[in-house]
Design a binder for this molecule. Structure first.
Ligand code: NAP
Length: 247
């Protein structure tokens, strides 16, 4: 389904990003894995994943919260592949703190990583996609951006911002044949939630009608659907992948 397509995924080293990279590569896409460097091993872990995926996949190390690095990233994609068909804005970090404990540095870091990066990636990706006659963009928002959560004011604001950016970009880019959608995962078993005390995790699961946390693969399936031709008449949507948690 994705033969000859080039797909760029941010935050592709772990969790939902890695699961999406695997699915897209299995479906025939050339995947550009993007992640910040590993603190200990630098570029090596990401390069190893690209090699394992094969099929012309590539690893590019970049911190997506830095717009200069994002610009360099797309220059490199243009040089190596000459086109871009799919962008998955997945990189994200938590920023949990009660209002009284939120520092400016935290607001800037979470906003730059989770929201600013989505806008700069959409800007740069859409230029390349337009030249190729169209494309599909899927950003990873969150149920927290739709429903809110005590202690997640900054994270929730950034994720709600992704929804706003998705709706406006969908309207702006439709004429160029570029669809723009988002997924809003609920409670998904990845490293991001592993730090939670067992009692809080159990409370979250109890609020899920389907009775369990989701998997990275289940979110990846929804992302791949929205990126595919099967979703060719869908744009400006936010698809919940949450086991009914939003209800
Ligand atoms: P994860 O396992 O923590 O993976 C996040 C990935 O993003 C990591 O590979 C991380 O790199 C990368 N990353 C972080 N900051 C980056 C930056 N500045 N530049 C480049 N890469 C960066 O988390 P996940 O659960 O898969 O989350 C993926 C997305 O889903 C996030 O946007 C998250 O907010 C969203 N989400 C998750 C859940 C959930 O329950 N898990 C629910 C709703 C939404 P490192 O390896 O260097 O840290």
């Amino acid at each position: 389904m994705f033969a000859d397509k080039v797909a760029l995924i941010t935050g592709a080293r772990r969790g939902i990003g890695l699961a999406t990279a695997r699915l897209l590569a299995e479906a025939g896409a050339k995947v550009v894995l993007v992640n910040r460097p590993d603190e200990a091993d630098g570029e090596a872990p990401l390069a190893a994943i690209a090699e394992e995926l094969g099929r012309g996949c590539a690893a590019i190390t970049a911190d997506v919260s830095d717009s200069a690095q994002v610009a360099a990233l797309y220059r490199s994609v243009h040089q190596r592949f000459g086109r871009l068909d799919i962008l998955v804005n997945n990189a994200g970090i938590l920023g949990d703190a009660r209002l009284g404990m939120i520092a400016d540095e935290m607001i800037q870091r979470v906003m730059a990583t989770n929201l600013f990066s989505v806008i700069t990636n959409i800007q740069a990706a859409s230029k390349l996609m337009r030249r190729g006659g169209g494309g599909a963009i899927v950003s990873v928002a969150s149920i927290i951006g739709l429903r809110g959560n005590a202690g997640q004011v900054v994270y929730g604001a950034a994720k709600a911002g992704i929804v706003g950016a998705t709706l406006s970009a969908a309207k702006e880019l439709a004429a160029d044949g570029i669809r723009v959608n988002a997924v809003a995962p609920g409670f998904i078993q990845t490293d991001m939630i592993r730090h939670l005390p067992a009692a809080i995790a159990a409370e979250r699961v109890a609020a899920i009608p389907l009775g369990r946390a989701g998997t990275a693969e289940e979110v990846a399936e929804a992302i791949v659907f929205l990126a595919s031709a099967k979703a060719r008449y869908i744009t400006g949507q936010v698809l919940g992948v949450d086991g009914g948690m939003v209800l």
